[in-house]
Design a protein around this ligand. Structure first.
Ligand code: C5P
Length: 244
């Protein structure tokens, strides 16, 4: 793999552990076992709806950077105010749907630019659960990959910091977007670990070599017998000095 594709411009842990738990207690139990110098954490819709901003604050007090994965998609003013609220909560990363359009994304950028701790603002392009037929059904022509590239470029020119994408899309995106545009990839599985319901997966080291900036990993860590050991193994596998 070419050395130049490895995105070494990011600082701190590259693994974002998806806290896909139904309660604050379960999420905090795992968080207490993990070291914030080794990973960041993601709070999604289920956990946030159940546990709210208080849990985000508790995770931050434990030292974790939080990716608030609520995928805002609304009129520009409403999305901007939601992003500002996330920034004021102190989160490290927050996301919106690129399909909300340029004005929505620009408004979101402008809203967080004014905050004391500006989070990274990233876009969801095309939900990976949608196939070509479903895209056509909602009026999007072309194949999913074309739509991902077009929406990623739109997000970049609207001022966003990156996109969420499948590891299979990373190589094409790296040829299109700036080097410091963050590519955040779920669908990552260490060799030999259960694939679960993920379909188009790569290993953590391949995703990093292809140019991913951050890897979102849930069950291979959260369901492991020893989550800190599973995390340490993945961190060792993606050590840039080792894989170069
Ligand atoms: O357990 P697993 O590693 O599959 O978890 C992946 C996480 O990334 C989950 O929180 C899931 O919702 C999220 N995600 C995904 N695929 C996408 C977008 C987000 O798996 N295309």
């Amino acid at each position: 793999m070419a050395e130049s594709t490895i995105n070494s411009g990011t600082f701190g842990p590259k693994i974002i552990v998806a806290l896909d738990f139904p309660s604050a207690d379960a999420a905090l139990h795992l968080a207490h076992a993990l070291d914030p110098s080794q990973c960041r954490v993601k709070v999604g819709k289920e956990l946030f709806t159940r546990a709210g901003p208080v849990l985000v604050e508790q995770l931050q007090q434990l030292g974790f950077d939080v990716f608030l994965d609520l995928k805002y998609h609304d009129i520009p003013n409403t999305t901007a105010q939601a992003c500002r609220a996330a920034a004021e909560l102190g989160v490290w990363m927050v996301n919106v749907h690129a399909l909300g359009g340029r004005r929505m994304m620009e408004a979101a950028c402008e809203a967080i630019d004014k905050t004391a701790h500006r989070p990274l603002l990233i876009a969801v392009t095309v939900l990976t659960s949608l196939d070509a037929d479903e895209l056509h059904e909602v009026g999007l022509s072309g194949n999913p990959e074309d739509n991902v590239l077009r929406l990623a470029c739109l997000a970049e020119t609207a001022g966003l910091d990156g996109v969420v994408c499948s590891p299979r899309e990373v190589a094409a995106l790296r040829e299109t977007v700036a080097n410091d545009f963050q590519l955040v990839t779920p669908g990552v599985r260490p060799a030999g670990v259960a694939v679960g319901d993920q379909k188009r997966i790569t290993t953590p080291e391949d995703a990093i070599c292809l140019g991913a900036s951050y890897l979102v990993i849930g069950r291979p860590i959260t369901q492991a017998e020893n989550p800190p050991a599973a995390l340490a193994e993945i961190n060792a596998a993606i050590d840039i000095e080792r894989i170069r």
